[in-house]
Design a protein around this ligand. Structure first.
Ligand code: IPE
Ligand code: IPE
Ligand code: MG
Length: 222
């Protein structure tokens, strides 16, 4: 199955502990490692993580820098482990506003993990679902291709189709994440702040998903 996670609540987790928000982001990175490790054994073959939205540039420059530094460090230190575990890493979102160093690290990490078959790990950085849809439509127009549902699916690179969206951190909204892809995804909201999210929470969310009846507009099988 394909699970996507809106990893929210790092800042509030830190503030509740009288820590700087940066400490929340660092703890959030540990949660990413836990979840990536647990995913395959729970039947999760594709995992898309929302790490930085196109709107998150509105945050104070120091916080943005902390996040970018964390992304760079983890690309550098985690890539080999991902490759060893058979994960294939892809970064979603715009690249043109990232630093050269970051772009290079992304290219290297994607190349080094390109043969992974156990887990399709997609991390969204400088991502906006609306921008992605507009970009897909523009690409089709430029090619003179018909704008069909299938063509937009293909242009977005959506396969495998999205089954479950989890949002941690108490908010109940999508914040411009995978809007096209979540058309028939199940939604799971939890009050757990992202740094506290464990493999057991992922397991609970997956069990919740399996308890749902997906009808896709048809009648349930009797
Ligand atoms: C999620 O945690 C991480 C990013 C959006 C980069 P937040 O930083 O949004 O944490 P809260 O919502 O302020 O608690
Ligand atoms: C959504 O979290 C983006 C990520 C988790 C990367 P935000 O904290 O930015 O979302 P809003 O502002 O509460 O909608
Ligand atoms: Mg937030």
């Amino acid at each position: 199955m394909h699970v996507a996670i809106i990893m929210d609540g790092n800042g509030r987790w830190a503030t509740a502990r009288a820590l700087p928000r940066a400490a929340g982001h660092r703890a959030g990175a540990d949660a990413v490692r836990r979840v990536v490790r647990a995913a395959p054994s729970l039947g999760v073959r594709a995992l898309t993580l929302y790490a930085f939205s196109a709107e998150n540039w509105k945050r104070p420059p120091l916080e943005v820098e902390v996040l970018m530094r964390l992304f760079r460090r983890h690309l550098l230190t985690e890539t080999r482990r991902l490759a060893e575990h058979g994960a294939r890493l892809t970064i979603l979102g715009r690249r043109d506003r990232l630093s050269n160093g970051m772009r290079e690290l992304i290219a290297r990490a994607e190349a080094e993990t390109a043969n992974g078959t156990v887990l399709d790990l997609r991390i969204a950085i400088d991502y906006s679902a609306r921008d992605e849809i507009a970009r897909a439509a523009r690409a089709l127009v430029e090619r003179g291709a018909p704008i069909t549902r299938e063509a937009i699916d293909a242009a977005l690179g959506t396969a495998p189709s999205l089954d479950l969206v989890i949002r941690t951190g108490r908010e109940r909204r999508l914040s411009d994440f995978l809007l096209w892809e979540s058309a028939y995804a199940e939604l799971h909201f939890t009050d757990v702040m992202w740094p506290d999210f464990t493999a057991a929470h992922l397991e609970r969310a997956v069990a919740d998903f399996h308890s749902r009846t997906r009808r896709f507009g048809a009648l349930a099988a009797s």
